[in-house]
Design a protein around this ligand. Structure first.
Ligand SMILES: Cc1cc2nc3c(=O)[nH]c(=O)nc-3n(C[C@H](O)[C@H](O)[C@H](O)COP(=O)(O)OP(=O)(O)OC[C@H]3O[C@@H](n4cnc5c(N)ncnc54)[C@H](O)[C@@H]3O)c2cc1C
Ligand code: SF4
Length: 338
């Protein structure tokens, strides 16, 4: 690993002023030896550095910024999760587990207990993709500023089945699947103290908008919090399927958040597929298939079929279609029964 300087930020605006660029921008300009980037838990950042994909001049650590990991009730009845809250805290905090079980389950199913104790929600949402061509220094693919996607005609078994024509990554964050279904917002603070709030669904960007970056984080911006809207009466579930139960990203995961009327019919639905597309994929056809119907096995099966409409599987990942169909049906039924 190339040597680097180290700074512990004491405030968020200190950190925002110190960073010179985003990790995505630093990775597409490898000759830039002056990059100053931010570190939270460091799991993804140090992985990129060890793999020879990133060599910043300086790292600014957020670990000493006071109160940055707090979880508190918001005035509107929702919840504010500080960006430095760990996945373990999100999975285990009783208030969060009681009100937003889909998020607690998604956070609790990610990685391994040791990783969840260190991984922060901010870093998790901003982690870079796991595409193995992207992670190998010898492949200068489209996302790293090259001219070619190696996955489209290559080893694409873990890749996207939607939105995969330019670059076929799947978004790496499992909590994001639940957060998008819950309608979460992210708060970002700039070096001059300016604050912007963006719906998480809009914060993530697909390859057609920007093939080199997965989100709308700007240079000199720090992600400070994830804001959850109130969820009284909402039924929800997150389910995932991996090759193994721990230490790996899911092959597929699904979050369902439902509002049921008094007669049991579905009044509103948000169904989101993770590990399916370059951004968490909102299955709007499945949502439309569910609204107005009693949520039973037949309705869940119809919605699950609708969820896969428009999928464009690649040479080695068509197995994801029946896998997602099953997970969407299970997530809907689990949410309705929650
Ligand atoms: C074996 C293994 C299995 C895994 N399985 C899963 C899984 O199943 N699901 C899943 O979701 N993840 C999984 N992960 C990924 C892991 O959860 C992430 O790497 C971790 O959450 C990143 O968080 P961090 O705090 O360590 O971020 P860091 O590595 O510190 O930062 C990640 C990125 O975010 C930027 N950043 C961090 N915080 C901020 C901030 N507040 N403002 C602005 N920029 C910021 C950094 O500059 C960097 O670019 C796995 C990782 C490993 C090693
Ligand atoms: S899927 Fe995206 S990240 Fe992977 S090789 Fe293709 S362009 Fe690169």
């Amino acid at each position: 690993m190339t040597p680097f300087a180290w700074q512990r930020a004491r405030t968020i605006t200190d950190a925002a002023a110190a960073v010179s660029t985003t990790v995505a921008a630093a990775m597409t300009a490898p000759a830039d030896a002056t990059a100053v980037v931010v570190k939270a838990g460091g799991i993804d950042l140090l992985g990129l550095m060890k793999d020879g994909l990133l060599a910043p001049e300086k790292i600014v650590s957020l670990i000493a910024v006071p109160g940055f990991d707090g979880i508190s009730e918001a005035a509107d009845g929702g919840l504010r999760i500080g960006a430095m809250a760990t996945l373990a805290t999100i999975a285990e905090r009783p208030l969060l587990r009681r009100r937003y079980p889909a998020l607690a389950d998604a956070a609790g199913s990610a990685a391994s207990p040791q990783l969840r104790a260190v991984a922060t929600i901010g870093g998790n949402l901003l982690q870079r993709p796991q595409c193995w061509y992207f992670r190998a220094a010898e492949y200068r693919c489209l996302r790293k500023g090259g001219g070619h996607c190696f996955a489209l005609g290559g080893e694409n078994q873990y890749h996207a089945i939607f939105g995969n024509h330019l670059c076929a990554i799947v978004h790496a964050s499992t909590p994001a699947t639940a957060l998008v279904a819950l309608g979460a917002t992210v708060e970002l603070v700039a070096a001059d103290g300016g604050v912007r709030q963006v719906g998480l669904e809009d914060f993530f960007v697909g390859p057609a908008t920007d093939v080199q970056c997965e989100n709308d984080l700007r240079p000199h911006e720090i992600l400070t919090a994830v804001l959850l809207p109130p969820a009284p009466g909402k039924r929800m579930a997150h389910v995932k399927q991996g090759e193994k139960d721990s230490m790996d990203w899911p092959l597929a995961d699904v979050a369902a958040v439902l509002e049921l009327a008094a007669d049991g019919t579905c009044a509103a639905a948000a169904i989101v597929l993770g590990a399916a597309a370059p951004v968490p994929h909102r299955a709007r056809a499945a949502e439309a298939a569910l609204v107005g119907r009693r949520v039973d096995e037949a309705a869940a099966t119809d919605a699950a079929r609708a969820a896969l409409a428009g999928a464009t599987p690649l040479s080695r990942n068509a197995y994801k279609l029946p896998l997602f169909e099953t997970l969407v049906r299970r997530a809907i039924l689990a949410a309705a029964q929650s």
